[in-house]
Ligand binder design. Structure first.
Ligand code: AR6
Length: 179
């Protein structure tokens, strides 16, 4: 299942799938922990697929703060880059929506600097960090759409949702999102 819309020449799409199985994307985004270690969820899947070289490259870049992003190589992943974002812990890190928006803005800024054309995001903070899916989707889609006019290199942003219900929430919201 797939839905797509264009904002200022930026294609935004929402698909159901696995973040480590997006071989056509230049970069994938990690829903990281502050220490940039393996962890569970998205981070576990990315580190397992990338191999131990990723954790080694991450070590000197840690720790990072909520809202911050750092970029590394993709190692054994099919993607050239991984951009690691630390999302806010819901009910703990404040202001929570602003910190989540910063993740998306900072990731896109790093992607621009690296000359990246395509980037895939998971739903940052909506797993272990407890951010309600619909509220997080609203922040994520709005932030990416609002950033579109500033992007020159990034042409395609893909939201990869692990389950179909989450994908539907994003697809419906994308459908109703104003440019
Ligand atoms: N591909 C796409 N989406 C996924 C995948 C996958 N392979 N696996 C899970 N999701 P989470 P967070 C979804 O917990 O909330 C880690 O342990 C998942 O259903 O990965 O930012 C780190 O080490 C959920 O909707 O990230 C941190 O400590 C979303 O991705 C902490 O969890 C994010 O879930 C970060 O928590």
């Amino acid at each position: 299942m797939m839905s797509q819309k264009t904002f200022h020449n930026l294609i935004i799409e929402c698909v159901t799938g696995d973040i480590v199985r997006q071989p056509d994307m230049d970069a994938i985004v990690n829903a990281a922990n502050a220490q940039l270690r393996i962890g569970g969820g998205v981070a576990g899947a990315i580190h397992r697929a990338a191999g131990p070289g990723l954790e080694e490259e991450c070590r000197p870049l840690a720790p990072i703060e909520p809202g911050q992003a750092v970029i590394t190589g993709g190692h054994d992943l099919p993607n050239r880059y991984v951009i690691h974002c630390l999302g806010p812990v819901y009910g703990q890190d404040e202001p929570v929506a602003e910190l989540l928006a910063s993740c998306y803005r900072n990731a896109l800024r790093l992607a621009e600097q690296a000359g990246i054309h395509s980037i895939a995001f998971p739903a940052i903070s909506t797993g272990a960090f407890g951010y309600p899916l619909e509220a997080a989707a609203r922040v994520a889609l709005r932030t990416v759409a609002d950033t579109a006019p500033e992007l020159a290199s990034v042409r395609q942003v893909r939201f990869v949702l692990h389950d179909a219900a989450d994908q539907r929430v994003h697809a419906d919201m994308l459908e109703n999102l104003d440019g």
